[in-house]
Design a protein around this ligand. Sequence first.
Ligand SMILES: *Cc1c(COP(=O)(O)O)cnc(C)c1O
Length: 240
Amino acid sequence: MEGETDLESRHRSVTGRIAAACARAGRAPDAVTLVAVTKTHPPGTADALVRLGQFDVGENKVQEAKAKAPQCDGRLRWHGIGHLQTNKVRDAVRLFCMIHSVDSLRLAEEIEKQAAAQRKRISVLLEVNVSGEGSKFGLKPEEMADVALAVNRLSHLTLRGLMTMPPYAEDPEAARPFFRRLAALRRDAEQRLGAPLPDLSMGMSGDFETAIEEGATLVRVGTALLGERRAWRTAAPEEG
Ligand SMILES: *Cc1c(COP(=O)(O)O)cnc(C)c1O
């Protein structure tokens, strides 16, 4: 049995750790937004988060978000955090307030097309493969600034910053160089754009405090907040 008190104490613990990391880094406590990653958890979990004042939630699959969001409190803000196929963009634009995982100009252009059709402006982040791992999605660091310039010209997209996923490691310190690299890449892109990029989406359950020390403004936390992933499944077909 998972009572809401468990969720409440984990939420209190994570938000407390975020505040402490902000204090260590000399950053304001509201400089970081917690995105609760609800993937694999049932709609009731998202509603329970609302009762704790946690409105930002993240999903990595469009199909799952599409099935879940209509069953949930309408005040939730859904973030798209996983790799996005172009045939899912229409739903993604409808569902999400922000897409963290734009990893090609072609994808950005498809988001532009669908957002224009829906008369909607959507916030996006460019995902950068900072580690160069072949298994990871994301732009190459050296191509990111050119893509940022092009995306910045798309009128229905608001380019807010960058996102990354460092290689998996037990030790959060192992992620620090990758977070630092993303922060440096943001500074390069800001210079090229001549405009600020306010957001860095980096840090998950195992390393969000390190990410905050390196400048994260959005941390995507699943298991530390919600426990082990479940098997909440949709009737919809699997993502292909
Ligand atoms: C699942 C997921 C997370 C959260 O992972 P945890 O380790 O459970 O906190 C963050 N970002 C992305 C892109 C994810 O898919």
